[in-house]
Design a protein around this ligand. Structure first.
Ligand code: SF4
Length: 346
């Protein structure tokens, strides 16, 4: 794929790349490790080789902003009921056939008439709308890591949180840079077989598991996990059980896990919507395995969207879809038995 001629004076030089012997550039930002020829983009489109250097053409070019509830990311244990300024860019480093956001992730910047927004502009927007957090979301923010770093660094100074909504498909060294000023993340664990990752996302499960273990063991970042259940692809009780066992063993019992409903989209129009019973079955399997906070999403299910006290089982946060109906957590504790609820609540 050829890219449109660029005036490199206007472009942001990328981090995480090196030249190769074959006159190509090796991008080391994600485990795809694209070798990119002159005038060409990498798989994610927004990292491009111009005159032997790698540029990030998504830098400062959001495809649009929205104010979302933080529950939409989804994050249920991070400042519940608050608003979050959300944006993404064009492009993506995964190739999910079921992408639920494909009009953004598969777009080229020129298709999108992207905005021009400096990191300071993004901070100004968060302040104008009084959102306590900014989400890097919609496409995968890994691919605009330089922009994430510059925004989240200022956000940290200004007391604004930064949230990555990501597939977690990122190089081990690059993630230390990209997540330096990140406060929370939701990581998609898209399935629990290499077959699924390979065939339907063009990526690899092991790299994502590695990022999850790194987040748990090497950082203080609050994170939650989402699995979009697709009928007959990743929704078998056996696969859910193996995923739950792995989470319990490697991440513990307190990382919230969200099972969300798929709708037919992009290159996967032949599958039906996920039945609500499938989500409930998955939730029950994870709870029985020992994971304490398991939620369902993209459906109305008061039971499956409630946060219960991990000690006395009192209903603490009632939700409907992305709305918080009531919140009885006080100082990060159950109002009744005073047990600590894992998360960031104030
Ligand atoms: S970030 Fe983009 S260009 Fe770099 S390796 Fe990943 S897909 Fe390829």
């Amino acid at each position: 794929m050829k890219v449109i001629e660029k005036d490199t004076d206007e472009l942001k030089l990328a981090k995480w790349w090196e030249p190769t012997d074959s006159n190509k550039i090796l991008c080391t930002l994600c485990p795809r490790y694209c070798k990119i020829g002159e005038g060409q983009p990498g798989f994610c489109y927004i990292r491009q080789n111009h005159n032997g250097k790698l540029y990030t053409i998504g830098y400062g070019r959001p495809t649009g902003f929205a104010i979302d509830p933080v529950e939409k990311k989804p994050l249920n244990h991070f400042l519940p009921g608050t608003a979050i300024l959300s944006f993404g860019t064009a492009g993506c480093n995964l190739g999910c056939k079921f992408c639920q956001n494909w009009s953004i992730s598969k777009a080229k910047l020129d298709d999108f008439n992207a905005l021009i927004s400096s990191p300071e502009d993004v901070i100004m927007l968060a302040k104008r709308y009084s959102t306590p957090s900014i989400a890097y979301t919609y496409n995968d923010p890994t691919i605009f890591g330089e922009y994430v770093i510059d925004i989240s660094k200022i956000a940290r100074q200004e007391g604004i949180n930064s949230v990555m909504v990501t597939a977690g498909y990122i190089d081990k060294d690059a993630r230390k840079d990209v997540y330096k000023y990140i406060d929370a993340a939701n990581v998609d664990l898209k399935g629990f077989t290499e077959r699924f990752y390979n065939k339907l996302t063009f990526s690899h499960l092991t790299d994502v598991l590695d990022t999850l273990v790194w987040l748990k063991n090497e950082t203080d970042i609050w994170f939650e996990i989402t699995t979009l259940l697709i009928p007959d692809e990743n929704d078998s009780p056996e696969e859910i059980k193996r995923e739950s066992d792995w989470i319990l063993e490697n991440l513990g019992d307190s990382i919230p896990l969200h099972f969300t409903a798929f709708h037919p989209d992009f290159r996967m129009m032949d599958k039906p919507h996920t039945p609500a019973e499938t989500l409930t079955t998955a939730r029950n399997i994870a709870l029985e395995t020992g994971i304490k906070f398991v939620y369902v999403g993209n459906v109305h299910d008061l039971e499956g969207q409630t946060t219960y006290c991990p000690n006395c089982n009192t209903k603490l946060i009632k939700r409907d879809w992305h709305s918080v109906l009531s919140n009885k957590i006080v100082d990060s504790k159950c109002y009744k038995c005073k047990a600590v609820v894992p998360g960031i609540f104030n």
